[in-house]
Design a protein around this ligand. Sequence first.
Ligand code: HEM
Length: 153
Amino acid sequence: MDTTGQTGTTGRPDTTSPAPRSLTFYEAVGGEPTFRRLVARFYDGVAADPALRALYPDQDLAPAAERLTLFLMQYWGGPHTYNETRGHPRLRMRHAPFAVTPDMRDRWLRHMRDAVDDLGLDDPYATMLWDYLVAAAHSLVNTLEERPYDQSL
Ligand code: HEM
């Protein structure tokens, strides 16, 4: 078996050959079904949160759920279907049309916390996933103004 020079999903050369490469985070937590469960549970929370739900333009949340699922699968070492279908994530840019206030971030994170807890992952996976989501959500806040479009104020 010649694995010399091959790169794994980390993009780094496999220098540990012939020992088996270590699992990606994606594989270690159960692959696609785990990410589907996470996002489905998260969107149950979004659907029941009128303030947050109002940000989502589509009547049907399923397409948004699919995009987030594919993004997270890709981020954690799974297939690159997100990039193939949507292009580079550029999440700051893609969130620019929405008023991501600290309150929206906290709502988003509350539903994600429930969803992560529901997965019942062992540590370090649960903590890694949660820490990433917290950092990513903080990085996407794009206004401190709760009603940025009300020009009369
Ligand atoms: C901070 C709170 C956040 C709010 C209020 C928010 C809100 C939204 C909204 C309204 C959309 C459009 C729905 C759609 O896909 O059609 C969206 C898209 C998306 N969000 Fe967020 N988001 C937040 C945080 C995050 C975080 C932390 C991530 C990643 C870890 C993320 C990943 C995505 C992705 C991948 C899309 C789809 C982009 C595309 O391909 O068009 N979001 N978000």
